[in-house]
Design a protein around this ligand. Sequence first.
Ligand SMILES: Cc1cc2nc3c(=O)[nH]c(=O)nc-3n(C[C@H](O)[C@H](O)[C@H](O)COP(=O)(O)OP(=O)(O)OC[C@H]3O[C@@H](n4cnc5c(N)ncnc54)[C@H](O)[C@@H]3O)c2cc1C
Length: 428
Amino acid sequence: MEKFDVIIAGAGLAGLAAAWTLAGEGIEVVVLERGDYPGSKNVSGGRLYLNPVRDLFPGLWEEAPLERAIVREGATLMARNRSFTFHYTGSELRAEKPQSYSVLRSKFDRWLSERVEERGAMLLPKSLVSDVIRENGKIAGVIAGGDELRADVVIACDGVLSLIPEKAGLRSPGRAHDNAVGVKEIIRLDPSVINDRFNIGDSEGAAHLFAGDITKGLFGGGFLYTNRDSVSLGLVVSIEDIAKEEAAGDVPGLFEAFKARPEIEPLIRGGKTVEYGAHVIPEGGYRALSRLYGDGILVAGDSAGFALNLGFTVRGMEYAMASGHYAARTVIEAKKAGRYDAATLAVYQKLLEESFVLHDFKTFQDTPRVLSNPHLFGHYPELMGNLLRDLYTVPAGPKSSIFTTLRRHLTLSQLWTILKDAREVTKI
Ligand SMILES: Cc1cc2nc3c(=O)[nH]c(=O)nc-3n(C[C@H](O)[C@H](O)[C@H](O)COP(=O)(O)OP(=O)(O)OC[C@H]3O[C@@H](n4cnc5c(N)ncnc54)[C@H](O)[C@@H]3O)c2cc1C
């Protein structure tokens, strides 16, 4: 029977980040990954915000296989037959240390796992953790591939459909209400075509989010990120909404319709789909987080629910890396004390509360509720689209005054609805 200092279940960003920090302190750590290699099972839109995690992993970023530094932001509100887009760029996005990059997880996770192994961690791919070992009320290890592996601490980093915190009694099964499903394609294009289509330079990238008719009124949206020689295009929809709205419940069908839209098709024309993935995303926010620690166990990344969709940013990767890092720091302290009970491991919660992780989750705790307002995905895109149509149209006959056009669309009852919805937005 093997005994380690630490067992990490899952070699995604949370697990690899925890292993990187632990191995750097000479702690004996084994990472168990069910996939053939780290990155083989991981799906992400692909935008990593470095600012919050840059200093937590010194020396890691210089050689990292990052795709393009994002220098152009875009958002499109899509009505049935028209859309409204805005673009943003700013000098801060072109700073010497850019705030965010597009990444490809199959490349990035594999590279990170090699760095982690170089630091001394043991990585075991094709190892599915199926259960935890409980001894005297404490988690004492895991069962993987029928073998018992023991450790002073288990760190659950097994992603959104996490089994380990459930088996350890730290969370109940995930609810449809707190999760969304995303589909994504990586579409290969020549780098010069990408530069031209998105108006960017060689190592520069664009990020674009879409909301409205593409999800047929369901809570969700689309994304497009440029990589070096491909674009990542995807669509995310609330699982609860899909279950309720049977007619619209075909996510691959919605995705195909999204790709065929006149706003999207010219951007991916001539491209070759080289990867297709689908994955669940935790979107329940602060109130849906699992318990973060117990006797002999810590929970990090998506496994704990650490992903946040604010509509204009989708973030999970840096929360995964940061929570993995703070879980590792907790273990380092626990090892010094020689105790791994819940009271000792509670320092994890404190470290997360002092960091951006739980600060952000508390600040944006009402966001999932406010953003689930169906007006945002149907009513407002149509209203905005129709208003702009009438402002831009030059009819054969005389044109209405701007005020008449505005009044036609912004009736008193419309304004009242906008006011009520705007009041909700002040809570986020
Ligand atoms: C479509 C989509 C778009 C997204 N866009 C973005 C974005 O642009 N920016 C951003 O920051 N975040 C984004 N996210 C969220 C982000 O991808 C996640 O928050 C992040 O990947 C979480 O990392 P993790 O390490 O916790 O989990 P994961 O990356 O899911 O890793 C979990 C690992 O555990 C392994 N595993 C699972 N079960 C077991 C088991 N029983 N035994 C052994 N191994 C196991 C898995 O194979 C996997 O390797 C997106 C997510 C999706 C699905």
